[in-house]
Design a protein around this ligand. Structure first.
Ligand code: KIV
Length: 272
């Protein structure tokens, strides 16, 4: 991270403060220094080096081929562009298969400049969340449509639509918070369910295709700029470049829309 004494960095404790104060959190993905600088300078609180890079940067059909080396490389690139935003890095497929593997991978990502790692799922991952948090590694959980589970899901589908699945998601959300996660990404979940989870867990939720009731919103950079990365555009994606007129303008338009609650609207969310 660059140093600038005039801007206060966004820290892990600031996440809980934002939830407590009802301040919406603005998050986007980034993979390089130039975009990181632009996001950082235009009001983004949290920047994710997501394993979505496998699809939007590397051109794969899924995130499953992304390695810790890939995430570490892009984390170093992004970190050099940041003055304020909190940098989160994804633990890629199977790098979190055991707590020990996750510790090795997460240590590398923190040493590359991340302040937090994100991992998908609950179940046996709860031990991993506890293991990392006990070793001073802040963790974001990720539930709902977890792209690393695409083979089991049989595609990229909305999750939590029936009562059994919804109950399981509510239980998992409480469990990741109890295990020590500081943040929870909810992907492709019906809006009422995401709002209920947000109201019940003590940690901030960040929605992507999870409706306006979350504590913040995230989009993948390429989707939010309307770029054609060769994949189907999900319903929740909005092209903010068309609205903002420039990349910096798009970032400001997204940040404003998240903070004033106008994004996502019903057109960009799943009602059930
Ligand atoms: O990899 C990624 O970009 C993500 C977001 C979709 C939240 O996990």
């Amino acid at each position: 991270m660059q140093t600038d004494t005039t801007r206060k960095p966004f820290t892990v404790p600031a996440l809980a403060e934002a939830k407590h104060a009802g301040r919406k959190l603005v998050m986007l993905t980034a993979y390089d220094t130039s975009f990181a600088r632009t996001l950082d300078a235009n009001g983004v609180d949290l920047i994710l080096v997501g394993d979505s890079l496998g699809m939007v940067i590397q051109g794969h059909d899924s995130t499953l081929l992304v390695t810790v080396d890939d995430i570490a490389y892009h984390t170093r690139c992004v970190a050099r562009g940041l003055l304020r935003a909190l940098l989160i890095a994804d633990l890629p497929f199977q790098s979190d298969a055991t707590p020990e593997r996750a510790l090795d991978a997460a240590t590398r990502l923190l040493q590359a400049g991340a302040a937090m790692v994100k991992l998908e799922g609950a179940g046996h991952k709860l031990d991993t969340i506890r293991f990392l948090v006990e070793r001073e590694i802040p963790v974001s959980a990720h539930l709902g449509l977890t792209p690393q589970s695409v083979l089991r899901f049989g595609g990229y589908k909305v999750q939590g639509r029936d009562e059994t699945a919804a109950r399981k998601l509510r239980e998992d959300a409480q469990a990741v918070a109890d295990a020590g996660a500081s943040l929870l990404v909810l992907e492709c979940v019906p809006s009422p369910l995401a709002a209920a989870i947000t109201a019940s867990v003590p940690i901030p939720t960040i929605g992507i295709g999870a409706g306006p009731g979350c504590d913040g919103q995230v989009l993948v950079l390429h989707d939010f700029l309307g770029l054609d990365s060769g994949h189907r555009r999900p319903k929740f994606v909005k092209d903010f470049l068309a609205e903002g007129g420039s990349i910096a303008g798009a970032v400001r338009a997204f940040a404003d829309a998240v903070r004033d609650g106008s994004f996502p609207d019903a057109e960009h969310a799943y009602s059930a």
